[in-house]
Design a protein around this ligand. Structure first.
Ligand code: FAD
Length: 483
Protein backbone atom coordinates (compact mmCIF):
# COMPACT_ATOMS: atom_id res chain seq x y z
CA UNK A 1 0.00 0.00 0.00
CA UNK A 2 1.24 3.46 -0.82
CA UNK A 3 -0.32 6.34 1.05
CA UNK A 4 -1.31 9.44 -0.88
CA UNK A 5 -0.34 12.77 0.68
CA UNK A 6 -3.92 13.19 1.91
CA UNK A 7 -4.04 9.70 3.38
CA UNK A 8 -0.74 10.32 5.15
CA UNK A 9 -2.11 13.53 6.73
CA UNK A 10 -5.30 11.73 7.78
CA UNK A 11 -3.22 8.91 9.29
CA UNK A 12 -1.43 11.26 11.71
CA UNK A 13 -4.70 12.80 12.92
CA UNK A 14 -4.89 9.93 15.35
CA UNK A 15 -5.34 11.37 18.82
CA UNK A 16 -1.60 11.60 19.57
CA UNK A 17 -0.54 13.85 22.44
CA UNK A 18 1.86 16.59 21.35
CA UNK A 19 2.84 19.35 23.75
CA UNK A 20 4.29 22.79 22.96
CA UNK A 21 5.12 23.93 26.47
CA UNK A 22 1.83 23.46 28.32
CA UNK A 23 -0.29 23.60 25.16
CA UNK A 24 -1.74 20.27 24.03
CA UNK A 25 -1.94 20.30 20.24
CA UNK A 26 -5.16 18.89 18.86
CA UNK A 27 -4.19 18.30 15.25
CA UNK A 28 -0.60 18.59 14.04
CA UNK A 29 -1.71 18.83 10.42
CA UNK A 30 -3.56 22.11 10.99
CA UNK A 31 -1.68 23.68 13.92
CA UNK A 32 0.33 26.81 12.95
CA UNK A 33 3.49 25.35 14.51
CA UNK A 34 3.44 22.21 12.37
CA UNK A 35 1.05 22.36 9.40
CA UNK A 36 3.52 23.40 6.70
CA UNK A 37 6.08 20.80 7.74
CA UNK A 38 3.27 18.20 7.76
CA UNK A 39 2.51 19.30 4.21
CA UNK A 40 6.19 18.90 3.26
CA UNK A 41 6.06 15.29 4.50
CA UNK A 42 2.73 14.78 2.65
CA UNK A 43 4.41 16.07 -0.52
CA UNK A 44 7.09 13.40 -0.15
CA UNK A 45 4.36 10.74 0.12
CA UNK A 46 2.63 12.16 -2.94
CA UNK A 47 5.71 12.59 -5.10
CA UNK A 48 7.27 9.20 -4.44
CA UNK A 49 4.21 7.52 -6.02
CA UNK A 50 3.92 10.00 -8.91
CA UNK A 51 4.28 8.50 -12.44
CA UNK A 52 7.66 10.17 -13.10
CA UNK A 53 9.19 8.57 -9.98
CA UNK A 54 7.60 5.13 -9.95
CA UNK A 55 10.25 3.37 -12.05
CA UNK A 56 12.95 4.20 -9.54
CA UNK A 57 11.09 4.60 -6.29
CA UNK A 58 8.57 1.77 -6.16
CA UNK A 59 9.08 -1.98 -5.86
CA UNK A 60 6.79 -5.00 -5.91
CA UNK A 61 7.28 -8.28 -4.08
CA UNK A 62 4.99 -10.93 -2.56
CA UNK A 63 1.93 -8.93 -3.66
CA UNK A 64 3.13 -5.75 -1.87
CA UNK A 65 3.88 -2.46 -3.59
CA UNK A 66 6.38 -0.54 -1.50
CA UNK A 67 8.94 2.25 -1.57
CA UNK A 68 12.41 1.41 -2.89
CA UNK A 69 13.93 2.41 0.44
CA UNK A 70 12.71 -0.99 1.68
CA UNK A 71 14.50 -2.79 -1.14
CA UNK A 72 16.94 -5.33 0.34
CA UNK A 73 19.89 -4.82 -2.01
CA UNK A 74 21.55 -7.81 -3.67
CA UNK A 75 23.43 -6.06 -6.46
CA UNK A 76 25.21 -2.81 -7.25
CA UNK A 77 22.15 -1.79 -9.31
CA UNK A 78 19.94 -2.17 -6.23
CA UNK A 79 22.29 0.13 -4.31
CA UNK A 80 22.15 2.65 -7.15
CA UNK A 81 18.36 2.51 -7.02
CA UNK A 82 18.30 3.09 -3.29
CA UNK A 83 20.75 5.99 -3.71
CA UNK A 84 18.58 7.63 -6.38
CA UNK A 85 15.48 7.17 -4.20
CA UNK A 86 17.17 8.87 -1.23
CA UNK A 87 18.58 11.57 -3.51
CA UNK A 88 15.21 12.50 -5.00
CA UNK A 89 13.50 12.60 -1.60
CA UNK A 90 16.27 14.79 -0.15
CA UNK A 91 16.21 17.09 -3.19
CA UNK A 92 12.50 17.83 -2.62
CA UNK A 93 13.37 19.54 0.66
CA UNK A 94 16.89 20.70 -0.34
CA UNK A 95 18.38 18.28 2.20
CA UNK A 96 16.80 20.24 5.06
CA UNK A 97 14.71 17.39 6.40
CA UNK A 98 17.03 14.87 8.01
CA UNK A 99 14.59 12.24 9.20
CA UNK A 100 12.53 11.94 6.05
CA UNK A 101 10.37 8.80 5.66
CA UNK A 102 13.30 6.95 4.00
CA UNK A 103 15.65 7.30 7.00
CA UNK A 104 14.43 4.79 9.55
CA UNK A 105 13.37 2.17 6.96
CA UNK A 106 17.03 2.04 5.97
CA UNK A 107 17.87 0.93 9.53
CA UNK A 108 15.06 -1.63 9.56
CA UNK A 109 16.00 -3.01 6.13
CA UNK A 110 19.53 -3.65 7.38
CA UNK A 111 18.33 -5.16 10.68
CA UNK A 112 15.87 -7.45 8.87
CA UNK A 113 18.76 -8.98 6.90
CA UNK A 114 19.82 -11.00 9.94
CA UNK A 115 16.84 -12.42 11.87
CA UNK A 116 19.08 -15.21 13.26
CA UNK A 117 21.05 -12.60 15.21
CA UNK A 118 17.81 -11.44 16.88
CA UNK A 119 16.88 -15.05 17.67
CA UNK A 120 20.17 -15.39 19.52
CA UNK A 121 19.08 -12.50 21.79
CA UNK A 122 15.86 -14.37 22.49
CA UNK A 123 14.09 -17.02 20.35
CA UNK A 124 11.23 -15.35 18.46
CA UNK A 125 12.84 -11.90 18.18
CA UNK A 126 14.05 -12.87 14.67
CA UNK A 127 10.46 -13.40 13.58
CA UNK A 128 9.56 -10.09 15.22
CA UNK A 129 12.09 -8.10 13.15
CA UNK A 130 11.04 -9.80 9.91
CA UNK A 131 7.38 -9.10 10.59
CA UNK A 132 8.07 -5.51 11.64
CA UNK A 133 9.99 -4.86 8.42
CA UNK A 134 7.07 -6.29 6.42
CA UNK A 135 4.54 -4.27 8.44
CA UNK A 136 6.46 -1.05 7.78
CA UNK A 137 6.85 -1.58 4.05
CA UNK A 138 3.30 -2.91 3.53
CA UNK A 139 1.64 -0.01 5.36
CA UNK A 140 3.99 2.78 4.21
CA UNK A 141 4.89 3.51 7.83
CA UNK A 142 6.82 6.63 8.78
CA UNK A 143 8.85 5.96 11.94
CA UNK A 144 11.31 8.00 13.95
CA UNK A 145 13.98 6.54 16.18
CA UNK A 146 14.57 7.55 19.75
CA UNK A 147 17.81 5.82 20.61
CA UNK A 148 19.39 8.39 22.94
CA UNK A 149 18.83 8.59 26.70
CA UNK A 150 18.35 11.78 28.74
CA UNK A 151 21.58 13.69 29.42
CA UNK A 152 22.91 13.46 32.94
CA UNK A 153 21.52 9.98 33.54
CA UNK A 154 23.98 7.73 31.76
CA UNK A 155 24.92 5.98 34.96
CA UNK A 156 27.99 4.15 36.00
CA UNK A 157 27.69 0.54 37.18
CA UNK A 158 26.22 0.47 40.67
CA UNK A 159 24.30 3.74 40.35
CA UNK A 160 21.16 1.80 39.50
CA UNK A 161 20.90 0.66 43.10
CA UNK A 162 20.97 4.18 44.53
CA UNK A 163 19.29 6.42 41.98
CA UNK A 164 16.09 6.10 40.01
CA UNK A 165 16.61 7.41 36.51
CA UNK A 166 13.80 8.72 34.30
CA UNK A 167 15.36 6.85 31.35
CA UNK A 168 12.97 4.55 29.51
CA UNK A 169 12.97 1.08 31.03
CA UNK A 170 10.85 -2.02 31.39
CA UNK A 171 8.83 -1.88 34.62
CA UNK A 172 6.71 -5.02 34.16
CA UNK A 173 6.37 -8.09 31.96
CA UNK A 174 3.43 -10.40 31.30
CA UNK A 175 2.43 -13.05 28.76
CA UNK A 176 1.38 -10.41 26.27
CA UNK A 177 4.43 -8.15 26.43
CA UNK A 178 6.28 -5.55 28.46
CA UNK A 179 5.25 -2.32 30.16
CA UNK A 180 7.71 0.55 29.62
CA UNK A 181 8.06 3.79 31.53
CA UNK A 182 10.38 6.77 31.09
CA UNK A 183 11.85 9.26 28.67
CA UNK A 184 13.68 8.94 25.34
CA UNK A 185 15.61 11.59 23.41
CA UNK A 186 15.50 12.96 20.76
CA UNK A 187 12.82 12.06 18.28
CA UNK A 188 13.41 14.19 15.23
CA UNK A 189 10.21 14.26 13.10
CA UNK A 190 8.35 12.21 15.73
CA UNK A 191 5.52 14.77 15.73
CA UNK A 192 4.84 13.69 12.11
CA UNK A 193 5.51 9.94 12.36
CA UNK A 194 3.24 6.96 12.86
CA UNK A 195 5.57 5.09 15.20
CA UNK A 196 8.83 5.42 17.03
CA UNK A 197 11.59 2.83 17.48
CA UNK A 198 13.05 3.00 20.98
CA UNK A 199 16.52 1.65 21.59
CA UNK A 200 20.10 2.52 22.48
CA UNK A 201 22.93 3.71 20.29
CA UNK A 202 24.90 4.73 23.37
CA UNK A 203 26.27 2.30 25.95
CA UNK A 204 23.97 1.21 28.77
CA UNK A 205 25.78 0.60 32.06
CA UNK A 206 25.71 -2.94 33.55
CA UNK A 207 23.00 -3.09 36.19
CA UNK A 208 20.61 -1.15 33.93
CA UNK A 209 19.49 -4.15 31.85
CA UNK A 210 15.87 -2.95 31.89
CA UNK A 211 16.97 0.13 29.89
CA UNK A 212 18.10 -2.08 27.01
CA UNK A 213 14.54 -2.50 25.79
CA UNK A 214 14.36 -2.08 22.02
CA UNK A 215 10.82 -1.91 20.68
CA UNK A 216 8.46 -0.13 18.29
CA UNK A 217 5.52 1.90 19.58
CA UNK A 218 2.64 3.62 17.72
CA UNK A 219 2.65 7.28 18.70
CA UNK A 220 -1.04 7.33 19.57
CA UNK A 221 -0.65 4.52 22.13
CA UNK A 222 -2.14 5.31 25.56
CA UNK A 223 0.59 6.78 27.77
CA UNK A 224 2.77 8.21 24.97
CA UNK A 225 3.31 11.98 24.79
CA UNK A 226 5.56 14.01 22.48
CA UNK A 227 7.25 17.13 23.90
CA UNK A 228 8.23 19.49 21.11
CA UNK A 229 11.13 21.90 21.34
CA UNK A 230 10.47 25.49 20.23
CA UNK A 231 8.81 25.06 16.81
CA UNK A 232 10.38 27.53 14.39
CA UNK A 233 7.48 27.29 11.97
CA UNK A 234 5.27 29.00 14.55
CA UNK A 235 7.61 32.03 14.59
CA UNK A 236 8.08 32.24 10.82
CA UNK A 237 6.22 35.46 10.07
CA UNK A 238 5.78 34.56 6.40
CA UNK A 239 7.41 32.45 3.69
CA UNK A 240 9.09 35.61 2.40
CA UNK A 241 10.65 36.34 5.80
CA UNK A 242 11.63 32.77 6.79
CA UNK A 243 11.25 30.58 3.73
CA UNK A 244 12.91 27.50 5.22
CA UNK A 245 11.55 27.59 8.77
CA UNK A 246 8.09 28.16 7.27
CA UNK A 247 8.22 24.87 5.33
CA UNK A 248 10.90 22.49 6.56
CA UNK A 249 10.98 22.53 10.35
CA UNK A 250 10.97 18.76 10.89
CA UNK A 251 10.85 19.29 14.66
CA UNK A 252 12.71 17.48 17.44
CA UNK A 253 10.94 16.18 20.51
CA UNK A 254 11.49 14.24 23.69
CA UNK A 255 9.12 11.30 23.90
CA UNK A 256 7.63 10.29 27.24
CA UNK A 257 6.24 6.79 27.83
CA UNK A 258 4.08 6.47 30.94
CA UNK A 259 3.36 2.81 31.60
CA UNK A 260 2.93 1.96 27.94
CA UNK A 261 2.20 -1.67 27.12
CA UNK A 262 4.17 -3.08 24.18
CA UNK A 263 3.23 -6.52 22.80
CA UNK A 264 6.04 -9.09 22.49
CA UNK A 265 5.75 -8.98 18.66
CA UNK A 266 7.14 -5.45 18.76
CA UNK A 267 10.07 -6.23 21.07
CA UNK A 268 13.46 -6.81 19.41
CA UNK A 269 15.92 -6.74 22.33
CA UNK A 270 15.45 -6.99 26.09
CA UNK A 271 17.75 -7.50 29.08
CA UNK A 272 20.87 -7.50 26.94
CA UNK A 273 23.46 -4.77 27.54
CA UNK A 274 25.73 -5.78 24.67
CA UNK A 275 23.17 -6.42 21.95
CA UNK A 276 21.00 -3.33 22.50
CA UNK A 277 23.77 -1.37 20.71
CA UNK A 278 25.43 -4.12 18.70
CA UNK A 279 22.38 -4.95 16.56
CA UNK A 280 22.98 -1.83 14.47
CA UNK A 281 26.65 -2.54 13.74
CA UNK A 282 26.49 -6.34 13.41
CA UNK A 283 23.94 -5.87 10.62
CA UNK A 284 24.13 -3.37 7.73
CA UNK A 285 21.43 -1.28 9.53
CA UNK A 286 23.65 1.50 10.83
CA UNK A 287 25.59 1.87 7.57
CA UNK A 288 22.45 1.86 5.41
CA UNK A 289 20.74 4.54 7.53
CA UNK A 290 23.84 6.70 7.53
CA UNK A 291 24.22 6.24 3.77
CA UNK A 292 20.78 7.89 3.53
CA UNK A 293 22.05 10.63 5.84
CA UNK A 294 25.12 11.16 3.62
CA UNK A 295 22.96 11.45 0.50
CA UNK A 296 20.67 13.90 2.29
CA UNK A 297 23.69 15.99 3.32
CA UNK A 298 24.95 15.99 -0.29
CA UNK A 299 21.68 17.54 -1.47
CA UNK A 300 21.91 20.14 1.29
CA UNK A 301 25.51 20.89 0.37
CA UNK A 302 24.52 21.50 -3.26
CA UNK A 303 21.88 23.91 -2.00
CA UNK A 304 24.32 25.76 0.28
CA UNK A 305 26.83 26.04 -2.57
CA UNK A 306 24.01 27.24 -4.84
CA UNK A 307 23.17 29.99 -2.33
CA UNK A 308 26.88 30.95 -2.25
CA UNK A 309 26.83 31.29 -6.04
CA UNK A 310 23.70 33.48 -5.91
CA UNK A 311 25.18 35.74 -3.21
CA UNK A 312 28.29 36.25 -5.33
CA UNK A 313 26.10 37.11 -8.33
CA UNK A 314 24.00 39.48 -6.22
CA UNK A 315 27.02 41.37 -4.96
CA UNK A 316 28.72 41.32 -8.40
CA UNK A 317 31.98 40.00 -6.96
CA UNK A 318 32.40 36.88 -9.13
CA UNK A 319 35.27 38.39 -11.13
CA UNK A 320 37.49 38.84 -8.03
CA UNK A 321 40.13 36.04 -7.89
CA UNK A 322 39.83 35.63 -4.10
CA UNK A 323 36.07 35.05 -4.46
CA UNK A 324 36.65 32.58 -7.30
CA UNK A 325 39.07 30.64 -5.06
CA UNK A 326 36.43 30.49 -2.34
CA UNK A 327 33.79 29.21 -4.76
CA UNK A 328 36.30 26.70 -6.15
CA UNK A 329 36.99 25.39 -2.66
CA UNK A 330 33.27 24.93 -2.02
CA UNK A 331 32.84 23.18 -5.37
CA UNK A 332 35.76 20.84 -4.57
CA UNK A 333 34.21 20.01 -1.19
CA UNK A 334 30.91 19.14 -2.83
CA UNK A 335 32.71 16.88 -5.34
CA UNK A 336 34.69 15.20 -2.54
CA UNK A 337 31.51 14.18 -0.75
CA UNK A 338 29.81 13.08 -3.96
CA UNK A 339 32.82 10.89 -4.77
CA UNK A 340 32.78 9.36 -1.29
CA UNK A 341 29.11 8.48 -1.70
CA UNK A 342 29.73 6.97 -5.15
CA UNK A 343 32.38 4.79 -3.49
CA UNK A 344 29.78 3.54 -0.99
CA UNK A 345 27.76 2.19 -3.94
CA UNK A 346 30.54 1.11 -6.29
CA UNK A 347 32.55 -0.72 -3.64
CA UNK A 348 29.62 -2.40 -1.89
CA UNK A 349 30.25 -5.32 0.45
CA UNK A 350 28.73 -8.59 1.61
CA UNK A 351 28.39 -7.86 5.32
CA UNK A 352 25.34 -10.14 5.62
CA UNK A 353 24.79 -12.88 3.01
CA UNK A 354 23.14 -12.91 0.48
CA UNK A 355 22.88 -9.13 0.51
CA UNK A 356 25.11 -6.54 -1.11
CA UNK A 357 25.26 -3.41 1.02
CA UNK A 358 27.06 -0.06 1.05
CA UNK A 359 30.76 0.15 1.85
CA UNK A 360 30.87 0.86 5.58
CA UNK A 361 34.27 2.54 5.68
CA UNK A 362 33.19 5.05 3.06
CA UNK A 363 29.91 5.69 4.89
CA UNK A 364 31.81 6.43 8.10
CA UNK A 365 34.41 8.53 6.31
CA UNK A 366 31.60 10.60 4.77
CA UNK A 367 29.86 10.89 8.14
CA UNK A 368 33.12 12.08 9.66
CA UNK A 369 33.66 14.52 6.78
CA UNK A 370 30.14 15.98 7.01
CA UNK A 371 30.25 16.38 10.80
CA UNK A 372 33.62 18.09 10.67
CA UNK A 373 33.03 20.37 7.66
CA UNK A 374 29.44 21.60 7.94
CA UNK A 375 30.23 24.52 10.26
CA UNK A 376 33.26 25.55 8.17
CA UNK A 377 31.19 25.49 4.95
CA UNK A 378 28.44 27.59 6.54
CA UNK A 379 31.00 30.03 7.88
CA UNK A 380 32.52 30.45 4.42
CA UNK A 381 29.13 31.27 2.89
CA UNK A 382 28.31 33.67 5.75
CA UNK A 383 31.50 35.50 4.90
CA UNK A 384 30.35 35.82 1.28
CA UNK A 385 27.02 37.19 2.54
CA UNK A 386 28.60 40.16 4.28
CA UNK A 387 26.24 42.38 6.25
CA UNK A 388 23.58 42.50 3.53
CA UNK A 389 20.89 40.81 5.58
CA UNK A 390 21.12 43.50 8.27
CA UNK A 391 20.77 46.24 5.70
CA UNK A 392 17.26 45.03 4.89
CA UNK A 393 14.05 46.18 6.61
CA UNK A 394 12.74 44.13 9.51
CA UNK A 395 10.21 42.10 7.56
CA UNK A 396 7.92 41.85 4.57
CA UNK A 397 5.49 44.39 6.07
CA UNK A 398 7.65 47.00 4.30
CA UNK A 399 5.64 46.07 1.18
CA UNK A 400 2.27 46.62 2.90
CA UNK A 401 2.54 50.41 2.84
CA UNK A 402 2.89 52.37 -0.40
CA UNK A 403 5.33 54.92 1.05
CA UNK A 404 7.72 52.43 2.65
CA UNK A 405 7.50 50.10 -0.36
CA UNK A 406 8.41 52.88 -2.83
CA UNK A 407 11.22 54.26 -0.67
CA UNK A 408 12.61 50.77 -0.19
CA UNK A 409 12.60 50.10 -3.95
CA UNK A 410 14.08 53.53 -4.71
CA UNK A 411 17.03 53.38 -2.29
CA UNK A 412 17.80 49.67 -1.81
CA UNK A 413 17.73 48.40 -5.41
CA UNK A 414 20.85 48.14 -7.56
CA UNK A 415 21.03 48.11 -11.38
CA UNK A 416 19.42 44.90 -12.64
CA UNK A 417 18.11 43.87 -9.19
CA UNK A 418 15.02 45.01 -7.37
CA UNK A 419 15.27 45.68 -3.65
CA UNK A 420 12.61 43.00 -3.18
CA UNK A 421 14.66 40.32 -5.01
CA UNK A 422 17.75 41.16 -2.92
CA UNK A 423 15.78 40.95 0.29
CA UNK A 424 14.24 37.65 -0.81
CA UNK A 425 17.64 36.03 -1.42
CA UNK A 426 19.15 37.42 1.78
CA UNK A 427 16.20 36.15 3.84
CA UNK A 428 16.72 32.71 2.35
CA UNK A 429 20.48 32.79 2.99
CA UNK A 430 19.93 33.90 6.58
CA UNK A 431 17.37 31.17 7.22
CA UNK A 432 19.90 28.67 5.90
CA UNK A 433 22.92 30.01 7.77
CA UNK A 434 22.01 32.34 10.62
CA UNK A 435 18.44 32.12 11.92
CA UNK A 436 17.12 29.98 14.79
CA UNK A 437 16.25 27.37 12.17
CA UNK A 438 19.83 27.51 10.86
CA UNK A 439 21.25 27.27 14.38
CA UNK A 440 19.32 24.07 14.96
CA UNK A 441 20.79 22.73 11.71
CA UNK A 442 24.30 23.51 12.99
CA UNK A 443 23.57 21.35 16.03
CA UNK A 444 21.84 18.69 13.99
CA UNK A 445 24.81 18.22 11.64
CA UNK A 446 27.14 17.96 14.65
CA UNK A 447 25.06 15.44 16.56
CA UNK A 448 22.50 13.53 14.54
CA UNK A 449 24.73 10.46 14.32
CA UNK A 450 26.19 10.93 17.81
CA UNK A 451 28.87 13.26 19.18
CA UNK A 452 31.96 14.05 17.09
CA UNK A 453 34.35 11.68 18.80
CA UNK A 454 32.09 8.74 17.94
CA UNK A 455 32.61 9.44 14.21
CA UNK A 456 36.33 8.75 14.70
CA UNK A 457 35.50 5.55 16.54
CA UNK A 458 33.34 4.23 13.69
CA UNK A 459 36.24 4.75 11.27
CA UNK A 460 38.71 3.23 13.72
CA UNK A 461 36.65 0.11 14.34
CA UNK A 462 36.00 -0.63 10.65
CA UNK A 463 39.56 0.05 9.39
CA UNK A 464 41.70 -2.89 8.19
CA UNK A 465 44.39 -2.28 10.83
CA UNK A 466 45.72 -5.85 10.63
CA UNK A 467 46.55 -5.59 6.94
CA UNK A 468 48.09 -2.12 7.37
CA UNK A 469 50.29 -3.15 10.28
CA UNK A 470 51.18 -6.45 8.56
CA UNK A 471 52.70 -4.49 5.70
CA UNK A 472 54.88 -2.62 8.18
CA UNK A 473 55.82 -5.92 9.85
CA UNK A 474 56.84 -7.36 6.48
CA UNK A 475 59.19 -4.47 5.86
CA UNK A 476 60.54 -4.60 9.43
CA UNK A 477 61.19 -8.33 9.00
CA UNK A 478 63.17 -7.76 5.80
CA UNK A 479 66.21 -6.26 7.58
CA UNK A 480 67.99 -6.42 10.91
CA UNK A 481 70.55 -4.48 12.88
CA UNK A 482 74.10 -4.84 11.53
CA UNK A 483 75.95 -7.70 13.30
C1 FAD B 1 18.96 18.49 16.28
C2 FAD B 1 19.22 17.10 16.80
C3 FAD B 1 18.44 16.04 16.34
C4 FAD B 1 18.63 14.76 16.86
N1 FAD B 1 17.83 13.73 16.43
C5 FAD B 1 17.92 12.53 17.03
C6 FAD B 1 17.05 11.45 16.66
O1 FAD B 1 16.23 11.56 15.72
N2 FAD B 1 17.11 10.30 17.37
C7 FAD B 1 17.99 10.13 18.40
O2 FAD B 1 18.00 9.08 19.02
N3 FAD B 1 18.86 11.11 18.74
C8 FAD B 1 18.84 12.29 18.09
N4 FAD B 1 19.69 13.29 18.45
C9 FAD B 1 20.51 13.08 19.65
C10 FAD B 1 21.89 12.67 19.32
O3 FAD B 1 21.93 11.30 19.05
C11 FAD B 1 22.72 13.06 20.54
O4 FAD B 1 22.76 14.47 20.57
C12 FAD B 1 24.11 12.53 20.48
O5 FAD B 1 24.12 11.14 20.55
C13 FAD B 1 24.95 13.08 21.63
O6 FAD B 1 24.31 12.84 22.84
P1 FAD B 1 23.99 14.05 23.83
O7 FAD B 1 23.35 15.14 23.06
O8 FAD B 1 23.27 13.48 24.95
O9 FAD B 1 25.43 14.59 24.25
P2 FAD B 1 26.39 14.04 25.42
O10 FAD B 1 26.54 12.56 25.35
O11 FAD B 1 25.92 14.62 26.70
O12 FAD B 1 27.73 14.69 24.98
C14 FAD B 1 27.90 16.11 24.92
C15 FAD B 1 29.38 16.39 24.74
O13 FAD B 1 30.09 15.94 25.90
C16 FAD B 1 31.38 15.48 25.52
N5 FAD B 1 31.50 14.05 25.83
C17 FAD B 1 30.53 13.28 26.38
N6 FAD B 1 30.95 12.02 26.54
C18 FAD B 1 32.23 11.98 26.10
C19 FAD B 1 33.20 10.95 25.97
N7 FAD B 1 32.96 9.70 26.39
N8 FAD B 1 34.40 11.28 25.44
C20 FAD B 1 34.66 12.54 25.01
N9 FAD B 1 33.77 13.55 25.11
C21 FAD B 1 32.57 13.29 25.63
C22 FAD B 1 31.49 15.72 24.02
O14 FAD B 1 31.99 17.00 23.78
C23 FAD B 1 30.05 15.67 23.58
O15 FAD B 1 29.87 16.27 22.34
C24 FAD B 1 19.60 14.55 17.87
C25 FAD B 1 20.41 15.61 18.30
C26 FAD B 1 20.23 16.87 17.76
C27 FAD B 1 21.11 17.99 18.26
Amino acid sequence: MLLTGKEYLASIRDGRKVYIGSELVEDVTTHPAFRNAAKSFADIYERKRAPENRDVMLCEEDGDTFSAYYLLPRTREDLQRRFETHRRIASWTHGLIGRSPDNFPSYVSGLAMDPAMFDRIRPGFGDNITKYYRHMRKNDIFASHTVTNPQGWRMAPGDAATRTSPTLRVVAEDDRGVTINGLKMLGTATVFCHETWCGNLQPVAPGNEKETITCAVPLNSPGVSIWSRKPYERYARSEFDSPLAARYDENDAAVLFENVHVPWERVFCHDNIEMTRAIYMLTPGHAMANHQANVRFLEKLKFIVGVAGKLVEMNSVGQIPAVQFTLGRLAAMQATLEGLIMGQINCGEAQTQPFHTVNRRYVYAALHWCTNHHAEICDTVRELMGAGVFQMPADASVFDDKVTREKFEAYWSVPGQTAKSRMKLLNLAWDLLGSDFAGRHMQYEKFYAGPGFVMNMYSNSTAPWKSWTAEVDTLLASYDAPK
